[in-house]
Design a protein around this ligand. Structure first.
Ligand code: HEM
Length: 484
């Protein structure tokens, strides 16, 4: 097993920075490439690497990471030939029309309604990710915010001189209990990158090349990495292609970052659960409503998987992840086949495949999720329906193959209404459509005996507000980019 060059990998890929409750994602445009490259020739040293976390006493109170769009690499001056070496999804971007259809970005979620990342918006070149934590206080959002924003102000005071214009920012928060706005604990199930030094269930250990260029993936081959096909810049700073082409590799120790701003309609989500679990006297049955919400998600609000705890929320003490469906729930009687969790990672029970083959298939479609909350912190529930203002998830995920990983999850496993014994059931959290054709149905099926139950006409509870595909280079490559 190859041990990873942790000091060359941007930290956010390997770590969620969960202790840093406050972050600011700053979206920038390059106005003067020469000045930006001069900045980059020092700024690469400031980037938080994955190695940073090996000595706990030295973990700093601010972290910084940086990613580029395809437009951004072009604005910096990367040759056309070298730009063309990137995968098609990254080159075309999230809003290419056929891609929007695939991702289900229609109606209110259509790019024409987006606030950023769409053709009508100013092109984004860079995303600077700034995190803060006040070490004197534990779990204090306001204190972490101060640290984060002080660092942001320091950096922002030099954007102009460094040839960059700030377009906008999104502030991302994390709750100490890691709950998202529908009130469910998030960030429990994550792949473990082979060679990263992290430990966990063997079924979660995924080949390095699924998440980093320059290493073999789950198919036993090197992912399609951007190679330098036309000499440019100081090539001594780059590693050679591990695939043996003899070319220099721009990708090694880097990956793609997918970002989607997903507005969450908490009221619509819990009102629907309440209406579909109402008492005969018309009052809300809180317990049944929570249970229905858990069936949609696949975990209870406190994070326990309903596969292992089908009857009631056992609380945080039962936060587990090393389970499969083949042994405990092959008929979906505990965790419905259509739930968000089971669709996103069917683990050892994919369609009619056996356990071993299923695990192999699931491992070919994993992503590393790094979502943050935006808007006011709010924990939705059957009795907590109305947050203050817009709230949502700034969904961030990492993968080396956008098409086979993120896009496959969003299209094949979420938006397609046909899935393992299901015919009209999209993913109830991220796959439901806003408008249906006459005669079409959109349901959620709960497998049960003697007959399954169908919850009819599930609503769309998220609206996409913006998004983009970014390249998260290695730290060496950031340095190289300053020389092109
Ligand atoms: C607002 C939108 C979303 C919400 C509220 C949400 C919520 C959740 C929650 C509560 C969990 C369970 C926690 C865990 O197992 O870590 C989860 C798991 C997961 N979600 Fe989402 N999610 C959203 C969007 C997405 C998107 C866009 C994708 C990918 C296309 C996605 C993929 C996953 C995956 C892969 C898992 C882990 C499944 C597993 O390994 O068992 N989610 N999500």
């Amino acid at each position: 097993m190859t041990l990873l060059e942790l000091d060359n990998i941007q930290g956010y890929l390997i770590r969620g920075y969960a202790h840093m409750l406050y972050s600011r994602f700053v979206y920038l445009r390059i106005t003067d490439a020469k000045a930006t490259k001069a900045w980059l020739s020092n700024a690469w040293k400031e980037m938080t690497s994955a190695k940073h976390f090996h000595d706990k006493s030295k973990i700093s109170s601010t972290h910084l990471n940086l990613s580029f769009t395809h437009d951004g690499l072009k604005a910096l001056g990367l040759n056309e030939e070298n730009l063309d070496a990137f995968s098609r999804e990254f080159r075309q971007g999230m809003v290419a029309p056929h891609r929007s259809r695939l991702l289900g970005d229609m109606d209110g979620s259509s790019p024409e309604n987006w606030n950023w990342g769409a053709p009508q918006n100013e092109p984004i070149h860079l995303c600077l990710m700034i995190f803060g934590n006040d070490k004197k206080f534990e779990n204090n959002l306001e204190k972490d915010k101060d640290v984060c924003l002080n660092y942001y102000r320091e950096l922002a005071s030099e954007f102009e001189i460094n040839g960059m214009k700030e377009l906008f920012f999104i502030d991302g928060k994390t709750q100490p209990n890691n709950k998202e706005h529908f009130g469910f604990r998030d960030g429990i199930s994550q792949p473990i990158i082979e060679g990263s030094g992290r430990v966990g269930d063997k079924d979660d250990v995924i080949k390095t090349g699924e998440f980093l260029f320059g290493y073999k993936n789950e198919f036993g081959v090197y992912p399609d990495t951007p190679l330098i096909v036309k000499d440019q810049g100081d090539l001594n700073l780059l590693s050679s292609d591990a695939g043996g082409s003899g070319l220099k590799d721009l990708g090694r120790d880097g990956t793609f970052m997918v970002m989607r701003q997903l507005d969450q309609d908490v009221k619509k989500f819990w009102s629907f659960m309440n209406e579909n679990s109402i008492n005969p006297d018309g009052t809300v049955n809180v317990e049944e409503s929570l249970k229905l919400g858990a069936k949609f998600m696949g975990r209870w609000q406190n994070g326990a998987p309903i596969t292992l705890f089908p009857d009631k929320d056992p609380g945080i003490s039962s936060l587990v992840n090393d389970f499969g469906y083949a042994k405990f729930d092959k008929d979906g009687l505990k965790c419905p086949f259509g739930s968000h969790l089971r669709r996103q990672n069917p683990r050892d029970n994919v369609d009619d495949h056996g356990k071993k083959e299923s695990l192999k298939l699931s491992k070919q479609h994993r992503i590393i999720r790094r979502a943050r909350l935006y808007g006011e912190i709010y924990e939705g529930s059957p009795t907590n329906l109305t947050p203050n203002g817009e709230v949502g998830l700034l969904f961030v995920c990492f993968n080396a193959d956008i098409s086979r990983q993120f896009e496959f999850l969003q299209y094949t496993w979420s938006n397609l209404p046909k899935n393992k014994e299901l015919y009209n059931d999209p993913d109830p959290i991220i796959g439901a459509r806003e408008k249906l054709e006459a005669g079409e149905e959109q349901n959620f099926t709960i497998q049960d005996l003697p007959v399954s139950k169908t919850v009819k006409n599930i609503p769309r509870v998220i609206t996409v507000k913006g998004g983009g595909y970014f390249f998260l280079p290695s730290i060496n490559v950031l340095r190289y980019l300053s020389t092109i």
